[in-house]
Design a protein around this ligand. Structure first.
Ligand code: HEM
Length: 382
């Protein structure tokens, strides 16, 4: 793993008092650190609520979207009502024929890159892979991904035009909802016309909130994880050779990459009645963060947590969250990473890392590398 991704910048505050007070655009937020504390907070939805439109992500997304994302920005019973009806779509990757389609997709996208001179893998591979794979998940034609790829790597925040980019997504979603209302098909949009909340059909805003999360939630997370896998194997060829022809090892390898890269560093909750987080008092209505990345490096749970061990077992990481909101797209992310690792093992002889530009996140005094803005490599065919 390239230096920094396998580092735990939260280790010291976690050991000191289990919390880090960080400033997010002028809002002081206590980040809950450590495996046990994060897992317990993720379960305690009455104390740490998700019923907070625009305020579950940190920083808040008030300026970049106008609909409440569902089911992530809701508590029970609304959360469960929506989540249960989405499960048939999000659990599709568990079917064996779905895995075969993702394998074929990864193979098709890798083929032209083998023995090419130099490829930038974030926009040149990870973005199209994530986008086309999403068409499979949402039941849409692959051609639909052309428009999604044109949005770039972060649908809200790439460059200074966050609001404008959010509007592009919102406009796309409205068009798809209108089309589904006229002629509902078998895709996510058609499925949403058949969903209900308390016996009534969904409003356009509720449909837009579900779609917004489906497009935004699995975008940078998957792209960062894909780039991290490629960067790692550029520097650890023996591990890739070991995985070749041993598909039973792939699931553990995927979990370990999710643990160490923790592509979603943290997420917010609101405390309706206030809370005491270590030495810090959170006022009623104030926010806290659940730091998945810190939980994943907790040395009371993981042996040598900064080491990437591809056969780590058990691996109770919280990279996909925990409790009622645990990631609905985890099966999709796992199927993409499994196929990627297998194809890299079977089809490349070496990966040269030519240049990389990290994307950094800042938490007060702490900086965390969350992925790559760009990753230039050469892939040598076997
Ligand atoms: C490596 C990739 C991914 C990571 C690390 C990741 C991480 C997470 C985490 C930590 C949560 C919990 C949020 C919370 O507790 O508030 C979450 C929720 C969610 N994720 Fe992912 N995610 C990934 C990929 C995806 C993909 C591909 C999709 C869909 C296309 C997706 C859709 C969702 C949805 C819908 C939720 C909300 C579930 C709920 O509220 O019940 N994620 N994800």
């Amino acid at each position: 793993m390239p230096p920094d991704l396998d580092r735990d910048p939260f280790a010291e505050p976690r050991r000191r008092d289990g919390v880090l007070l960080a400033d997010f655009e002028g809002e002081p937020i206590s980040m809950i650190l450590g495996h046990r504390a994060v897992r317990e907070a993720a379960k305690a939805w009455q104390t740490y609520s998700s019923d907070a439109p625009f305020r579950v992500p940190i920083p808040a997304e008030t300026g970049v979207r106008s609909v409440r994302q569902l089911p992530i920005e809701a508590d029970p019973p609304l959360h469960k009502t929506v989540r249960d009806q989405l499960k048939p779509i999000f659990l599709k990757p568990a079917a064996p024929d779905y895995a075969a389609r993702i394998e074929a997709l990864v193979g098709r996208l890798l083929a032209p890159l083998l023995d090419a001179r130099e490829i930038e893998m974030v926009r040149g591979f990870a973005l199209p892979l994530q986008s086309i794979a999403l068409t499979h998940l949402l039941g849409m034609p692959e051609t639909e991904a052309e428009e999604w790829i044109a949005w770039g790597t972060h649908v809200f925040h790439d460059g200074a035009d966050g609001g404008a980019k959010g509007a592009v997504l919102a406009d796309y979603i409205r068009r798809r909802i209108d089309a589904a209302r006229r002629n509902p098909g078998a895709d996510l949009f058609g499925a949403m016309t058949r969903m209900t909340i308390e016996g009534r059909p969904l409003t356009d805003d509720e449909m837009a909130g579900i779609a917004n999360l489906a497009f935004a939630g699995g975008r940078d997370t998957v792209i960062n994880a894909v780039a991290a896998v490629i960067a790692h194997f550029a520097q650890d060829r023996p591990a890739l050779d070991l995985l070749r022809g041993e598909p039973r090892r792939l699931p553990a390898a995927v979990e370990e990459f999710i643990r160490v890269t923790a592509p979603l560093t943290h997420i917010g909750r609101v405390c309706p009645h206030g809370a005491q987080i270590g030495p810090y008092r959170v006022a009623a209505g104030g926010r806290v963060s659940l730091c998945w990345a810190s939980a994943n490096f907790d040395d009371t749970v993981f042996d040598a947590p900064t080491e990437l061990r591809l056969d780590r077992n058990p691996n109770p990481h919280l990279g996909f969250g925990s409790g009622p909101h645990s990631c609905l797209g985890a099966a999709q992310a796992r199927s993409i990473l499994r196929a990627l690792i297998r194809q890299l093992a079977e089809r490349t002889a070496a990966i040269d890392l030519v240049a990389q530009e990290r994307s950094e996140e800042h938490f007060g005094p702490i900086t965390r590398t969350a992925g790559f803005r760009s990753l230039h490599v050469r892939l040598h065919a076997r």
